[in-house]
Design a protein around this ligand. Structure first.
Ligand code: PEP
Length: 253
């Protein structure tokens, strides 16, 4: 059984005060909910506050990125050791906004994945094609390439916690969600490629979640697909009511 994961990526939104105000409203709304794992990815300046506040709740929190080294002269970076030291449990890797604006490469995602595994952090590895690649029929090639690079040299034994997020770049922050069929097709491609890299048994247990304009109105139809194991939510995770509405999706029937 793959337990669904619903996680909010707050990108560069919310001060510590705003993050805590969100939690004051949100935590009671999801108290006792254990059908899905619920997570939040605040900015680095809010992460410590959020981690303190969610202790002993059913919500986890993680970092939006990290470096792969433990320490060094890398201004502006945060290391896996530093995340682990504040009881951070999860980390997003290779989000398309990091790939585009911070020039993160497939190699870096691979190094970060190995570092996350070494520090027992749960990595959420983000992959996804641009509109141009989809329109030129290259979706499968892009997904397979990104997965192959991310998992290059990764020991299968370390991948038990790994989550993959399929986030088509054309659906992020645009309001145009991929259809359940498009997502299901992409997740099948990803699962097959993960299987080629770390074994099909492990791939069958790996959670693959979808991100790209997820809203309360479209969550249930996405979650009804057999290969969609959760959602990574950007804009719609910023308001407690809306994000709680997504967490509490009701499957049809
Ligand atoms: C994201 O930031 O990962 C994301 C999916 O954003 P949005 O839900 O706003 O499209």
């Amino acid at each position: 059984m793959r337990k669904p994961v619903i996680a909010g990526n707050w990108k560069m939104y919310k001060t510590p005060k705003e993050s805590l105000a969100f939690l004051e409203a949100f935590l009671p709304m999801v108290e006792g909910h254990d059908r899905d794992e619920i997570g939040l990815f605040p900015t680095m300046s809010s992460l410590g506050y959020v981690l303190d506040r969610i202790e002993h709740t059913n919500v986890f929190a993680g970092a939006q990125t990290m470096h792969w080294m433990n320490e060094g002269p890398y201004t502006g970076q945060t290391s896996p050791t530093m995340l682990a030291s504040i009881r951070c449990t999860h980390v997003l890797l290779g989000h398309s906004e990091r790939r585009i604006y911070a020039h993160e490469t497939d190699d870096m995602v691979n190094w970060k994945l190995k570092a996350a595994i070494a520090h027992d952090l749960t990595p959420i590895v983000c992959v996804g094609e641009t509109l141009d690649k989809r329109q030129t029929g290259l979706t499968e090639a892009v997904l397979r390439w990104q997965i192959a690079c991310a998992l290059n040299g990764v020991e299968p034994e370390g991948t038990g916690k790994m989550i993959i997020a399929y986030e088509p770049v054309w659906a992020i922050g645009t309001g145009s969600t991929a259809t359940p069929t498009q997502v299901e097709e992409a997740h099948k491609i990803i699962r097959r490629e993960v299987g080629e890299r770390i074994g099909h048994e492990r791939a069958a247990e790996t959670r693959i979640i979808y991100g790209g304009s997820v809203k309360p109105e479209n969550t249930a139809m996405l979650m009804a697909q057999p290969d969609i194991d959760g959602a990574l939510v950007g804009g719609a995770s910023l308001a407690p009511e809306t994000f709680a509405g997504i967490v509490k999706y009701q499957l049809p029937g």
